[in-house]
Design a protein. Structure first.
Length: 390
């Protein structure tokens, strides 16, 4: 549950400039600090006791006291890491409600907690509770994108105006340039943080057929924010291109997916190198797209170039299965079997022999075996796939 470790919030950051009541502040600070130390040391029982004491220290505090949000959040994170999800849920909800009241619904800390609670709901089978938060994240991402465009456009218009009035407005032009530098730096930093939040929700929902359009909108906003806030060859931009491209690919919208996946791979190859797993995954996605489109020679060129680079490239199960699928499309059934077999073994080692992810791979393997006239082996593999699904 490393995802939730980042839920533990900085006391100093939260308290700056925010309304709160004196109460027993010293005891609250001590219990919060000691609870955090116990949590980091893995002493969860002691951490729970201290976090609960911190909540008691705030009895009588205003309903929107931000310290309460921190204490509820800290205890909820602890329960998540102990797999006590039923205890964590109401605490996360209380923390979000307090932060919304204290900071407003569009505050970046509120949006960060919204995205995390949304993922928490979805990962724990509470789709109905997640849905309104998904809608909120979609709308927030699109609003942030428009705002960044508008800010940039406003400064561009001012720059154009001042360039035509240099003699009279020279001092104003200097001040505006300084304001632009400070404003755009902060806006771009916020855009990058927002993109991470949007990705986290998109990643959680993208495989759900009825939510794929919302995942698409989240990824579009994330990509737009990164395109306007990062250098054109940045690795994070490559990730955004891949996310949106894969959504299109899964929907069969291959013409829209191709330029995104191609650019994602090219950026990753340039910035990270072929030895990085991220680059290999992006190459696999592009090769699989070519196979899907029937552009087998282009797919083969990508696969073979990777296989020839033995020093830097270690094929994954997805790569092996993708290459095997290409061989099947080319009618080279017997040659594909070794790659399918290796892919199955790797998946088993990663997830176990009964994992749901194996079923589709076993189906493809069984088909190749049948086409290679090895029907008895094909039947065994098919029965295994059915057993996993049952």
């Amino acid at each position: 549950m490393r995802f939730f470790r980042f839920f533990i919030l900085s006391t100093a950051t939260l308290l700056l400039g925010l309304p709160c009541q004196a109460l027993d502040s010293a005891a609250w600070h001590k219990n919060t600090k000691d609870g955090g130390r116990a949590y980091e040391n893995g002493n969860f029982g002691e951490a729970e006791k201290l976090y609960k004491a911190a909540i008691e220290d705030l009895k009588g505090a205003p309903a929107n006291d931000i310290r309460l949000a921190e204490s509820y959040n800290n205890l909820a994170v602890l329960y998540v890491n102990r797999n006590q999800l039923a205890k964590a849920e109401p605490l996360f909800e209380k923390a979000l409600k307090i932060k919304e009241a204290a900071l407003g619904g569009s505050d970046k800390d509120v949006i960060a907690l919204t995205s995390k609670l949304c993922v928490f709901y979805f990962n724990n089978g509470k789709k109905a509770q997640a849905q309104p938060l998904i809608d909120k994240m979609v709308n927030y991402g699109e609003r942030e994108t428009r705002q960044l465009i508008e800010i940039s456009s406003a400064f561009s218009k001012l720059a154009s105006y001042y360039s035509n009035h240099k003699q009279k407005l020279e001092n104003a032009e200097i001040a505006i340039k300084q304001a632009e530098g400070e404003t755009m730096s902060e806006a771009k930093s916020q855009a990058q943080e927002t993109a991470v939040m949007l990705d986290s929700v998109g990643d959680a929902i993208k495989s759900q057929g009825d939510l794929v359009r919302q995942a698409e909108r989240l990824y579009k906003s994330s990509l737009a924010l990164r395109e306007r806030s990062l250098p054109p060859q940045h690795a994070a931009l490559s990730a955004s291109l891949e996310n949106l491209g894969r959504v299109y690919q899964a929907q069969g919208r291959t013409a829209m997916a191709e330029p995104l996946l191609r650019k994602s791979y090219e950026i990753s190859l340039t910035t990270l190198g072929m030895e990085r797993r991220e680059t290999q995954k992006r190459m696999e996605a592009l090769a699989q797209l070519f196979t899907q489109q029937g552009r087998l020679s282009e797919a083969r060129a990508l696969y073979t170039s990777a296989l020839e680079n033995k020093e830097k490239f270690k094929p994954s199960a997805d790569f092996l299965a993708g290459y095997a699928a290409l061989l099947v499309k080319e009618g080279r059934y017997s040659e594909s079997l070794g790659y399918y077999s290796r892919a199955v073994k790797m998946q088993e080692a990663l997830n176990g022999p009964q994992h749901a992810s194996l079923a589709a791979l076993l189906d493809a393997y069984a088909y190749a075996l049948a086409k290679a006239n090895r029907q008895s082996e094909s039947n065994k593999i098919s029965l295994r796939a059915k057993a996993i699904r049952s």
